[in-house]
Design a protein around this ligand. Structure first.
Ligand SMILES: Cc1cc2nc3c(=O)[nH]c(=O)nc-3n(C[C@H](O)[C@H](O)[C@H](O)COP(=O)(O)O)c2cc1C
Length: 213
């Protein structure tokens, strides 16, 4: 009970700039909107890579909806909006934002703050990465891929990340956001600055924001 008040306060204020969450804080996202959006066929017709971003931060609702669409829980048994081989759910979504960096916690639909630093300088070599409000970093945890032979680890990481990325593409197409998935990430640098475990592998990045005006 004692923890509830600060967590709610942080959730309410984090994205208005009135409070700085601390490292390790869990920040609940607002409930995702699971109805509406553009008809799927229109979203497919609009899907494209866009590389010009407004620096404006995503609204709390758009951020919540985006993460749920990307790889949120959509069934009571904990399964997700994107498939994963053998339901390993081996991907974590790290978020690099101007005010800090986070990891998405899907079961509570929350962010866990990992640091206050702006890591965008480390998030990719293309210029827009450093000014866009959100870079998603897709990180596979090979410890979760029980029973996959060593030769299959990279294969299933490469296949499963595509579903998450495409969910983000379709969500962005539906909501008029800009996005581009990126293989141009310095994997070992990000592994270092995000203090990942040896079993974790940075696979791709994906930049998201409102389109440049
Ligand atoms: C695995 C993968 C890696 C990619 N890496 C980059 C990248 O590092 N930088 C970039 O600007 N675009 C990247 N793209 C986007 C492609 O360039 C883009 O999808 C392609 O040009 C087709 O354009 P479209 O997405 O608008 O159809 C990547 C796409 C994929 C599937």
């Amino acid at each position: 009970m004692q923890k509830t008040t600060p967590i709610i306060l942080i959730a309410a204020l984090l994205f208005t700039g009135n409070v700085v969450a601390l490292e390790g804080d869990t920040i609940p996202l607002v409930a995702p909107q699971k109805k509406g959006g553009m008809p799927l066929l229109e979203a497919l017709d609009n899907r494209q890579s866009i590389r010009s971003f407004s620096p404006e931060e995503l609204s709390r609702q758009d951020l919540s909806n985006l993460l749920w669409a990307a790889f949120g829980v959509n069934r009571e048994d904990g399964r997700r909006t994107a498939p994963s081989a053998r339901n390993w759910q081996q991907f974590d979504l790290y978020l690099i934002m101007p005010g800090g960096w986070y990891v998405y916690e899907p079961n509570h639909h929350a962010l866990i703050k990992l640091g206050n630093e702006d890591l965008r300088d480390h998030a990719g070599s293309q210029a827009f990465v450093k000014t866009a409000p959100l870079n998603l970093i897709y990180v596979a945890d090979h410890d979760r891929m029980a029973g996959a032979g060593p030769a299959n680890h990279d294969f299933y990481s490469a296949t499963d990340v595509g579903f998450i990325s495409q969910n983000v593409y379709l969500f962005c197409a539906s909501e008029g956001l800009a996005t581009v998935v990126r293989g141009l990430v310095d994997r070992s640098r990000l592994h270092d600055v995000m203090k990942l475990r040896p079993s974790q592998q940075v696979v791709l990045g994906q930049t998201v924001g409102y389109p440049a005006k």
